[in-house]
Design a protein around this ligand. Structure first.
Ligand code: ATP
Ligand code: MG
Length: 253
């Protein structure tokens, strides 16, 4: 079943067309990789799908419903959650509070965060602890988020997005800036999240080893256009894809 249907999606900024007539589906259970050289339009596509930006044309359907142009705080309640290319955490809040805010993003009560009853707060923290545990951050729960290492902050960013209990989790370069051990560790957490929770995932990632290790399907963007779609093995041997990357440093082995 198609969980996400992207149809003829377009987004321009003034005269620049960042995403051009892009059509593809994400099926339930997919771990879809979205790759392409720098400036290809990957983050813009994420922003349009998740409601951070409005599309210039085209439609986004999630679970059969048209969500084109719906703001992010509505899409997250329907089960679509995403991370950002730069780690987005609340630096002055504790690690556990960061994760708890994530759990609240999916519920209407998130709007009333300031008036939360202690009962809700306890339930949110319980859920948050579970997510922190998954990401190996339980022992850091009481620290301020800014006190975490860079790698831990990136993990926390993913934990916040996952805390909303999404059906679809969209990750924008989750392993960027991580060392090889941290990258492998995060990849194995993602694999576990996928198999244990049945979360469908879409990931923008330059790190090809991570893409090859996690994704069952890959979509390739170049200059805003979808140029290839297939298994990881198919796309890396596709001449159009090789040409798009040629002379560029975007693919790190
Ligand atoms: N808010 C904006 N205003 C104007 N132009 C923008 C804006 N956001 C993105 N762009 C332009 O749109 C194009 C696609 O950018 P985007 O960030 O989506 O690429 P990307 O594939 O995510 O690149 P990277 O791999 O470097 O993250 C680029 O030419 C970029 O300069
Ligand atoms: Mg980007």
């Amino acid at each position: 079943m198609s969980m996400l249907e992207i149809e003829s999606l377009k987004r321009s900024f003034g005269g620049l067309v960042a995403v051009r007539n892009v059509t593809f589906n994400v099926n339930e259970g997919d771990f879809l990789g979205l790759i392409g050289p720098n400036g290809a339009g990957k983050t813009t596509l994420f922003n349009v799908i998740s409601g951070v930006l409005r599309p210039s044309a085209g439609t986004v359907r999630f679970l059969g419903r048209d969500i084109s142009g719906k703001p992010a705080n509505q899409t997250v309640r329907q089960g679509l959650s995403r991370t950002f290319q730069a780690a987005t955490i609340y630096p002055e809040a504790s690690v556990i509070e960061n994760a708890a805010r994530g759990t609240l993003a999916s519920s209407l009560t998130g709007l009333w965060g300031g008036f939360l009853s202690s009962k809700w707060r306890v339930a949110a923290e319980e859920k948050a602890f579970h997510v922190l545990d998954l990401f190996g951050l339980t022992r850091r729960a009481a620290l301020k988020a800014r006190e975490l290492s860079y790698g831990e902050q990136r993990r926390l960013g993913v934990a916040i997005a996952l805390a909303s209990d999404p059906k679809l989790l969209m990750l924008d370069e989750p392993v960027a800036g991580l060392n090889p051990e941290e990258a492998a560790e995060l990849a194995s957490v993602l694999r576990r999240v996928k198999s244990e929770r049945g979360v469908t995932m879409v990931m923008v990632e330059h790190h090809m080893r991570t893409v090859m290790g996690l994704c069952n399907r890959v979509v390739v963007l170049d200059h805003g256009t979808l140029i290839a779609e297939g298994t990881p093995a198919e796309v890396v041997s596709n001449p159009l894809v090789i040409e798009a990357y040629l002379g560029k440093e975007a693919v790190h082995a």
